[in-house]
Write a protein that binds this ligand. Structure first.
Ligand code: HEM
Length: 172
């Protein structure tokens, strides 16, 4: 539950600080803060996602209430895509930047130089794929959140409650 919430917050803030525009703008000194914050948050998403896979391997999921097959399949598709994206979005950015010839630049002066030879064309392509997937993760997360609200307010099952702290829905 905590890793899910932390991932959601990190992805949303990383998206908000997404450095856009041509390469010269993304890597200009004026954009240093925005880019460093974005890269740091994005790498934190990757780190939390790795932790989450380990956590899932050693713990069990909450039971899912019965649902119609189409609904279960749609949920599996969206959740599977989100799982793939929390890895693919940071990885395309890392390899895109490195192949373009840029080190990763993190908050507090952290720099991770490229271990790869420059291939600018492939790097630029990966950076474009990264921007596209970065938008896609937000759209899918929006659908995923809307589905959780549908479960709570329309189907009135325990799906949303199983993913938030137990005192959130207690009557005062
Ligand atoms: C889940 C985490 C991330 C999300 C949601 C995300 C999202 C985005 C989005 C939406 C853009 C496009 C912004 C625009 O066009 O206005 C973008 C661009 C960019 N992101 Fe990320 N990002 C993430 C992680 C990372 C990481 C880990 C790095 C670096 C290590 C990174 C580096 C960049 C760079 C350099 C660009 C500019 C790409 C270009 O050259 O056009 N991002 N990101």
């Amino acid at each position: 539950m905590a890793l899910h919430g932390i991932t959601a917050i990190l992805v949303a803030v990383a998206f908000f600080y997404g450095p856009g525009g041509p390469e010269s703008r993304v890597y200009s000194a004026a954009r240093d803060f925005e880019r460093e914050l974005h890269e740091t948050l994005g790498l934190a998403v990757l780190a939390v996602s790795v932790l989450r896979v380990f956590w899932r391997a050693f713990t069990s999921r909450p039971d899912v209430p019965p649902a119609q097959p189409w609904m279960r399949n749609a949920a599996l598709l969206i959740q599977g895509s989100l799982y793939a994206l929390i890895f693919l979005v940071p990885l395309t950015a890392m390899f895109g930047a490195w192949l373009e010839g840029h080190p990763l630049t993190l908050m507090a002066g952290g720099v991770v130089p490229s271990p790869l030879p420059v291939d600018h064309q492939v790097g630029t392509l990966l950076a474009k794929v990264h921007s596209f997937l970065g938008d896609a993760i937000l759209w899918l997360a929006g659908i995923h959140a809307a589905a959780a609200l549908y479960h709570h307010y329309v189907l009135k099952d325990g799906v949303l409650k199983s993913m938030v702290p137990s005192n959130w829905f207690m009557r005062r």
